[in-house]
Design a protein around this ligand. Sequence first.
Ligand code: DGY
Length: 325
Amino acid sequence: MKVFISRRIPEDVVRLLQQENMEIAYNNSDRKLSREELVEACLEADLLFNVGSADLNASFMESCKHLKGIALTSVGYDHADLHAATRYGIPVSNTPDVLSKTTADTAFLLMLATSRKAFYWSRQIERGAWKDNGFLYELGIELNRKTLGVFGLGRIGLELAKMAKAAYGMTVIYHNRSRNAEAEELLDARYVSFDELLEESDVLSVHTNLTPETQYRFDAECFRKMKKNAIFINTSRGKVHHEKDLIRALQEGQLWGAGLDVTDPEPMLPENPLLQMPNVCVLPHIGSATLETRTAMATMAAKNLIAVYHGGKMPQVVNKNVYEK
Ligand code: DGY
């Protein structure tokens, strides 16, 4: 079987595949392939090691329906049409768990950076505008003993909640489809309704998959219900919040600040007003971007492909029903 690796990955992980005697075709560069290039390369392959967030929509699946497996290098799988993959019998895997702590670190970083307007102050220095601004100029707010609200308290949300509790004694509330017994036991986390989450959170952090139900879930009406001194954090997917509504809520003082690792669209346009706001910190979707975590994610993806190569099931398959056919 031949595997196509769509972008540069750690050498150790390439070796892992080589040790299995798999035939490898490799885009050994950081350049993102065009749709046409990706399809063309996949037509020559049996397995796809999909590095990054290339849009694997229904038409891609149709063009590449001969594939025996697709390994994603992300926990989110909204960029892959799983219905189409299942229809063609293609198992698709993701990379859960190994990135939870690192992505939670990114949310924590944004929470703290936003609360202290850190990116704004750094921009001031770069602009040569470091001056004595006075005692009360662009002050931050503290996180100590505040309430952290988590929308989607799964693996990543739990890691963030643990850090927030340990660092600042924050009270944890959450809203999920189902209760998280571990968080309730470990952190005294309190399950609340969606409206209570909006109304009670001092920091509201989003950790959910992008689905038709969560798309644009945080809109003008939600921001109006939040506290005026609340901080909104999103490290999941940019389409979970309505960006224009968020901009307006911040401009009108309905919210105190926002920290985003994900935007809509990505990349964010440089003229986006969010980038000029003192109380906003934006990162370019680097949630899992550490050497250790990216290596662990690539290793997990490789192991899923190796399982298919040996005639087995992908351990981290996301379209589980593909194996029921
Ligand atoms: C993930 O793993 O889903 C990250 O957001 C990268 O896309």
